[in-house]
Design a protein around this ligand. Structure first.
Ligand code: UDP
Length: 495
């Protein structure tokens, strides 16, 4: 019988996508740090991505292990090694990935049967709906991890569970989202989130299963902190009819150089070189530009973004995830022109490390939830440049609720995963204006920066011992102990 955190064994199922996997690995380390045993179940390619972080945790004597399961890639028609959403060659194959993920249920059950100590709780991404039944078969709770914060989660809940969208005719007209404490205006296209994927064959059933499984889950774990969105934490718990534990920003759990420099993937620049470059700049003078792990810009937009940064007089670090022959040629001349104040990172940036440096004073972000929260945690104002999925909702939180951001003016979402459909161009003049406005230290810019700084301080306090997120982690663990105590059936009798 579990009576303290050290008796608990959490089994984590992270979705194979950077924006879901990175915070789950942080959650694993937070739980292990609180003396629980943690098993992460994932696939070999994904395990390799976070191996350095897990190895460091094991060296620090945390009770963490990773168990690798093979996806049935050939069976569902996916290429060998295609184990992460950022590797899927075409959006039409997303549904094949979900089919492969479904096939992990049986092997996962085998793994759980053999775990010692026996599992006591599953924390799984909402995109593994079968984990609710799996947990019930073992007589243990399943907690859902969904990705976004409470504001966005609640907005999505309203969009999915009411007919608010069906009453709106045009995709592009703005309407006020009902049922939330703030006045939020957005378009149907911005609220829709999943675009084409939702309409694909088989996905309707998947979404239905996901929502049923969420209903059957025992609680919700959110990477956020109560002070950031207090009204929404409460409303979300009411809407879902379950406990919501905000336990973040999880990126603040470890501030060691390596943990910040090696998050998610090997970076395209040495972390020390990055810090050395930043050391030469004035406090809060640099803007960091990074658009996450999934979005891709057209060649024309890459050039326009670069020209917008060049037009402003602000020093910058710009992470370009993927380049083409055309952008490479253009970049070689560009880099030379901006070399005194611009640093270009190709591929993966050590984002959290960069944001932690005092020279960084602003962040141009695509508003993926992790990046949004990492910006909040760093205490910097943001230029919001959403692309798709929940990013437009996160933008509304930053711009309208927290009032710590300036929109770049992106209005029409890009088709998620459709690499050749980029939507309307954001012009260099708009980019320059938004960047300068966020970096401006006078008037509204000053007030925005002050608010951002205060949220950053609150985030740090929330994660410190005794802070709201620390306490919520304790409460979540206690809840698991209580749930287990209610279930008196020995596991072997469950089968
Ligand atoms: N990230 C990073 N370097 C990059 C791009 C992304 O470290 O060059 C990290 C970022 O810090 C965040 C995650 O990857 O933790 C991206 O998650 P987010 O929810 O912001 O966006 P997504 O990639 O899912 O769209």
């Amino acid at each position: 019988m579990a009576s303290s955190p050290k008796d608990l064994h959490f089994v984590l199922f992270p979705l194979m996508q950077q924006g879901h996997m990175i915070p789950m690995i942080d959650i694993a380390r937070i739980l292990a740090h609180r003396n629980a045993t943690v098993t992460i179940i994932t696939t070999p390619v994904n395990a390799t991505r976070f191996k350095p972080a897990i190895d460091r945790a094991i060296q620090a004597k945390l009770k963490i292990q990773v168990i690798e399961l093979q996806l049935a890639l050939a069976e569902v028609g996916l290429p060998e090694g295609c184990e992460n959403f950022d590797m899927i060659p075409s959006v039409d194959l997303f549904v094949n990935m979900y089919a492969a993920m479904d096939k992990l249920e049986k092997p996962s059950e085998e793994v759980l049967r053999q775990l010692t100590p026996a599992p006591s709780c599953i924390i799984s991404d909402n995109q593994f709906p079968w984990t609710t039944d799996l947990a019930h078969r073992f007589g243990i709770p399943r907690l859902v991890f969904h990705g976004p914060g409470c504001f966005t989660y609640l907005c999505l809940h309203i969009v999915v569970n009411t007919n608010v969208l069906s009453e709106i005719r045009s995709d592009l007209d703005y309407f006020v989202l009902p049922g939330i404490p703030d006045r939020i205006e957005l378009t149907k296209a911005q609220a829709g989130g999943w675009g084409k994927i939702r309409e694909m064959e088989g996905m309707e059933d998947f979404f239905e299963r996901m929502s049923m499984a969420e209903e059957g889950a025992d609680g919700v774990v959110v990477n956020s902190f109560e002070e950031l969105e207090p009204n929404y934490v409460k409303r979300l718990a009411e809407a879902k009819g379950k406990k919501v534990w905000c336990i973040g920003p999880v990126s603040l759990h470890s501030r060691s150089f390596l943990d910040m420099a090696e998050r998610g993937k090997k970076a395209g620049i040495d972390g020390h070189d990055c810090l050395k470059w930043l050391d030469t700049k004035d406090p809060r003078s640099v803007i960091f530009v990074c658009l996450g792990s999934m979005s891709s810009l057209s060649n024309e937009q890459v050039l326009e973004l670069g020209l917008g940064l060049e037009l402003s007089s602000i020093p910058f670090i710009w992470c370009i995830r993927s380049t083409t022959d055309e952008t490479d040629i253009w970049l070689s001349g560009y880099e030379e022109r901006v070399k005194d104040r611009g640093l270009i990172v190709r591929g993966w940036a050590p984002q959290v490390l960069i944001l932690s440096h005092e020279a960084v004073g602003g962040f141009v972000s695509h508003c993926g939830w992790n990046s949004t929260l990492e910006g909040v945690a760093a205490g910097v104002p943001m230029v919001t440049y959403p692309q798709f999925a929940d990013q437009f909702l996160n933008e509304r939180l930053v711009v309208d609720v927290l009032k710590t951001g300036v929109s770049i003016g992106m209005e029409v979402p890009v088709a998620i995963g459709e690499k050749d459909k980029f939507g309307a161009l954001v012009k260099k003049e708009n980019i320059k204006t938004a960047v300068e406005s966020v970096m401006n230290d006078g008037g509204e810019g000053k007030a925005r920066r002050e608010r951002a700084r205060e949220f950053g301080e609150m985030a740090t306090k929330a994660m410190a011992e005794g802070g709201s997120s620390y306490v919520n982690t304790t409460l979540m663990m206690q809840d698991v102990i209580e749930e287990l105590a209610k279930n008196t059936k020995p596991i072997q009798d469950v089968f």
